[in-house]
Design a binder for this molecule. Structure first.
Ligand SMILES: [Zn+2]
Length: 457
């Protein structure tokens, strides 16, 4: 007797789409059965006509909890993730108070967020100029990767120069960890911004010109070379442009363990959205030209990306339109940079990829589940539809049409670049470890059902 049987669905793995049944016991996939094999189960879910994906993994989200809950918190952020289909969220260490840079902060955060999570979650560890001595502890605690920036972000989260990145990667390699980087060369960006301001420019095109793709290429190249030199595993965050993806693919083809993610907004929107609609479409790296968006999909299909992430970077309405922490927004350069997309990530990727561009569903299973789980050391528990894996499943109705509205968003701040987007193909049920968390557009589980997932040793 099984606990749950998901029957008659089109089961999507990285290799194939096959009709069949999935039997679940004690939260794990017990058997993947061929069509017609229907053992008894307490709860039978009929997925006829629908796809059954492995739950998606969001490799990059800022849930801002603890410390900045007025931007987002675990209760709202993970409920939105559940509805959207991310069954595991890998949460960032910054925009936290305290930043997650040592074992004490790890415990503090885990105690604070665990009663409120609807989906499972992993922690990125902090990697700043001042916590090299804490990296091993954070790895032992279960951090799945370490996040750093090339170029300053905020006073309490100091970024690394290339020399420090090399030193950190020498250390991280020792415990077989992975170092992740926001790759935009700060010297180029700051100087471009200065040039724009000196020319009296304050328009959205000026913002785009202040962050040219060469800045992303230069920083990515540097991290790739440092990864090669140190032998440390690296992850390039939120790749926006095919010219960057090309560099990463070349390193992967040479056999280096350099993974990368892109985000749904880079596969959905273009720089024209920034110029026409402004603040909500401001993010870093920037949204790119339409031709680049098309070419990005080719790299998704080629398996270059271990993650189509949300880079959910929530903020208040004021921070996009009026003021940030008491500082009045006077130019496009002052506007909060970031898109809120953790609820819309899967449906937009499905609609833009599978429906609009004829991408095989297996590509999404690979890019959003299998490869991220492998990159972040949780494959075997998460990321696939195979016996022994956690029963994290996403049932998708390929024919359901949708339009994203503000009211439908579960975020603390119901603002997003995705509002107004229309598409087809929607998650209609989300299971985490065999529990139905969301169904027909509603979260039905109790908060706290989500659990911390540590890097598998
Ligand atoms: Zn981010």
């Amino acid at each position: 007797m099984y606990d749950v049987l998901v029957k008659n669905g089109k089961i999507v793995t990285a290799d194939a789409v096959t009709e069949g049944n999935i039997a679940i016991k004690e939260g794990r996939i017990a058997a993947v059965l061929t069509k017609g094999e229907e053992p008894e189960a307490t709860n039978v879910i009929d997925a006829a006509g629908k796809y059954v994906f492995p739950g998606a993994i969001d490799t990059h989200a800022h849930l801002n909890d603890p410390g900045f809950e007025w931007r987002e918190d675990y209760e709202h952020g993970t409920a939105a993730a559940a509805l959207g289909g991310y069954t595991t969220v890998i949460d960032m260490p910054l925009q936290n108070d305290p930043c997650m840079t040592d074992a004490k902060a790890f415990d503090f955060k885990e105690n604070k967020v665990s009663p409120n999570a609807y989906v499972d979650y992993c922690f990125w560890g902090g990697l700043t100029s001042y916590n090299f001595g804490d990296l091993k502890d954070l790895d032992e605690k279960g951090c799945v990767s370490f996040k750093s920036f090339i170029g300053p972000v905020s006073p309490d989260y100091e970024s690394l120069n290339y020399g420090q990145a090399m030193e950190a990667m020498d250390m991280i390699k020792e415990f077989d960890g992975r170092a992740g980087f926001h790759c935009e060369d700060y010297a180029i960006i700051k100087n471009q911004e200065k040039r724009m301001k000196e020319a009296g420019r304050n328009d959205w095109k000026a913002f785009l010109e202040s962050r040219p793709v060469v800045a992303e290429i230069v920083a990515t190249d540097a991290i790739i070379e440092i990864a090669k030199a140190t032998g440390c595993k690296a992850h390039i965050c939120h790749v926006s442009h095919p010219a960057v993806a090309k560099k990463i693919k070349a390193a992967q083809d040479e056999g280096y363990d350099i993974t990368a993610e892109t985000c749904t907004h880079y596969l959905t929107f273009s720089n024209e959205d920034v110029i026409e609609k402004g603040p909500l479409y401001k993010c870093a790296p920037i949204l790119q030209p339409k031709e680049a968006v098309e070419e990005m999909w080719e790299y998704v299909k080629a398996g270059v990306f271990s993650g189509i992430a949300s880079d959910h970077s929530p903020c208040s309405y004021d921070e996009k339109f009026n003021e940030i922490l008491g500082n009045k927004i006077e130019t496009v350069f002052d506007v909060w940079g970031g898109c809120s997309g953790i609820q819309s990530g899967f449906q937009a990727a499905f609609s833009e990829g599978v429906v609009k561009r004829g991408v095989c569903p297996t590509v999404l299973a690979n890019a959003m589940s299998v490869l991220p789980a492998k990159a972040f050391g949780i494959y075997g528990k998460k990321g696939d539809i195979k016996p022994g894996f956690d029963a994290d499943l996403l049932i998708v109705d390929p024919n359901k049409e949708w339009e994203i509205t503000e009211e439908s968003l579960l975020y603390v701040n119901k603002i997003s670049a995705f509002v107004g987007l229309k598409g087809k193909g929607l998650p209609v049920m989300t299971l985490v470890r065999g529990n139905v968390i969301a169904k027909d557009g509603k979260v039905i589980a109790k908060k706290g059902v989500g659990e911390l997932v540590k890097k598998l040793k």
